[in-house]
Design a binder for this molecule. Structure first.
Ligand code: AHR
Length: 552
């Protein structure tokens, strides 16, 4: 187990040393400088507006995500608002959660939305898509009681202040049912029988759901289609769906990680019918980082690592896997542009995160639940920075999944609740939403580590920056498990007037928050100064930092 000492002892001199050395001038200063990392923010080089929806979430009817996680029921002793766990609502408001995807995931292509409306005591119980995954699951996870359906989900989104993003069943419901789900959600008060059904449930006014996924992983659990077949299905489902005066944004089921053929096949098939790509708004990309075998296997089960018990090499390997998100975005985007010349269709990374082998569940029996550690916080910061850097391409992203699942922001069981290190990163990064992403150059010594006897490297510092009027928001991660980075930030074209900094780290790289110890990994304010026209700070080892600079 790697334990780290106070990061200032690992850094050359710390902030005090920086201040001293920067007060020198000429060759003496050059010799005495202790800065070993530089960040250059080019505020005149905009990369695109950061869609708030990049900070989106995902809640599938799977394991403990809905039942026990989100939904506790109105009569529960757990604090709730209309049956929805209050602590989740409160925390999601804090991170300005912009959009939530539901009901899947693979579950979506087995789900009949009609089961989840109407009086709750009359709703049917159905076998959940994930029923066979683990025999230890409680009955409520195996046999879906349908107490949480469209009405409850939309109400949850409203309480949080987020947009709902519904995924339609393409594998096992006809297109007519999709159109009727839209009608149920969006037809004006009193206009249709389904609007009256909605009103009878207490929702007279339309939900105005804008984002609609057309299937999920249609190359796999969503129907095992070929790309051209799926393109045909997509057109059948998404053509001429009434919008009731509002724009509908359809997200087509895109590839998993490196499946470039799926992107090519779908886009070529669509271009034959409509070269202007008028209907799809988004192209869903799923990428999970799971293979920690260091090239030994590509077996889905054997390749996974442990969520909590890992060594430094495993730490870097996870980040290497996660860094692949960047070339994935670039390559799929480039393929999309071969037919969608105007890039009308944007990328929607509607499932992402690390995926470990079972064994670290806070609540045994919760399938796909894992314990997020400081490693996952650094991974999450790194991924959100990638999305920010590609703000022109990525219109939405949904972290998989919100609670009691893979890269969860929250863990809950009965009356217990905790914010994970991943949830803490979303707190630090919320300030980026809606800002202008600007090109930022990071330079720092590479990390060197041993990869089963072979030398391996990983970048030493990376991040993103966004402008909000005169406020610059900069986030960065230091992946090095032992070395702090004494860092100088230069903002080209503006002068820093004042700054604040928040740091997320812990003395142990395995640190995580539990129901009994919830504050092990929490943001703390850090020391940051202006020296001349530079902002200087020490970025601790294994950390995520957020710096806000007021510019003059
Ligand atoms: O997030 C868990 C599962 O991973 C989803 O249901 C599916 O879409 C993906 O394979």
């Amino acid at each position: 187990m790697i334990r780290r000492r106070d990061f200032l002892r690992n850094s050359a001199l710390g902030i005090a040393g920086l201040a001293f050395s920067r007060s020198l001038s000429g060759p003496a200063a050059a010799q005495a400088r202790t800065v070993d990392a530089h960040i250059e923010v080019l505020i005149d080089e905009p990369l695109g507006t950061i869609s708030p929806n990049i900070y989106g979430h995902f809640t599938e009817d799977l394991g403990g995500v809905i039942y026990d996680g989100l939904w506790v029921g109105e009569s529960s002793k757990v604090a709730n608002v209309n049956g929805i766990r209050k602590s989740v609502i409160d925390h999601m408001r804090r991170i300005k959660a912009p959009v939530v995807r539901y009901p899947g995931g693979c579950f979506a292509d087995s789900y009949d939305w009609r089961d989840g409306i109407g009086p709750r005591d009359k709703r049917p119980r159905r076998t959940n898509f994930w029923a066979n995954d683990d025999p230890r699951q409680p009955a409520v996870h195996k046999y879906d009681p349908n107490q949480f359906g469209t009405n409850e989900f939309v109400q949850f989104c409203k309480l949080v202040g987020a947009e709902p993003y519904l995924a339609a069943n393409v594998r096992s419901l006809p297109a007519q049912q999709f159109v009727q789900w839209v009608e149920y959600c969006n037809s004006p008060a009193g206009s249709t029988t389904l609007a009256e059904t909605r009103a009878a449930a207490g929702f007279k006014e339309p939900f105005n759901v804008k984002y609609w996924g057309v299937g999920n992983e249609s190359w796999g659990c969503g129907g095992n289609f070929e790309p051209a077949e799926y393109a045909m299905e997509f057109r059948r489902y998404a053509t001429w769906v009434p919008g009731y005066g509002h724009e509908l944004r359809f997200v087509a089921s895109g590839p998993s990680d490196f499946n470039y053929d799926w992107t090519t096949g779908f886009f070529e098939a669509m271009a034959k019918q409509d070269p202007h790509f008028r209907v799809p708004w988004g192209w869903g990309l799923h990428y999970y980082s799971w293979n920690l075998s260091r090239g030994r296997t590509s077996d889905w089960d054997k390749g996974k690592g442990d969520a909590v018990n890992f060594d430094a090499a495993d730490w870097y390997e996870l980040l290497r896997e996660g860094q692949k998100m960047e070339p994935l975005i670039e390559r799929h985007w480039q393929i999309m542009g071969q037919t969608d010349h105007e890039h009308r269709v944007k990328l929607v990374v509607d499932e992402w995160g690390p995926w470990y082998r079972p064994g670290s569940e806070a609540t045994p029996g919760d399938i796909l639940e894992q314990m997020p550690t400081l490693r996952d916080a650094v991974f999450t910061g790194m991924t959100l920075d990638i999305f920010n850097r590609h703000a022109d391409k990525v219109a939405m992203a949904n972290c998989a999944q919100l609670i009691n699942c893979l890269n969860s922001l929250y863990l809950a069981h009965e009356d217990r609740f905790v914010v994970t290190p991943v949830g803490r990163v979303f707190e630090l990064y919320a300030a980026h939403q809606g800002g202008q992403s600007v090109r930022t150059v990071f330079s720092a010594p590479e990390v060197k580590y041993d990869r089963d006897g072979s030398p391996a490297t990983f970048w030493g510092l990376h991040g993103s920056a966004s402008l909000h009027g005169k406020t610059l928001v900069l986030t960065a991660v230091n992946p090095n498990v032992t070395q702090a980075r004494d860092t100088e930030i230069i903002v080209r074209g503006a002068k820093p007037a004042s700054q604040t900094m928040a740091v997320l780290t812990a003395p142990d790289i395995h640190a995580h928050n539990t129901f009994t110890q919830p504050d092990v990994v929490v943001p703390r304010s850090g020391e940051v100064k202006t020296i001349g026209s530079s902002v200087v700070l020490a970025i601790p080892p294994a950390s995520v930092v957020s710096v806000q600079v007021e510019l003059s």
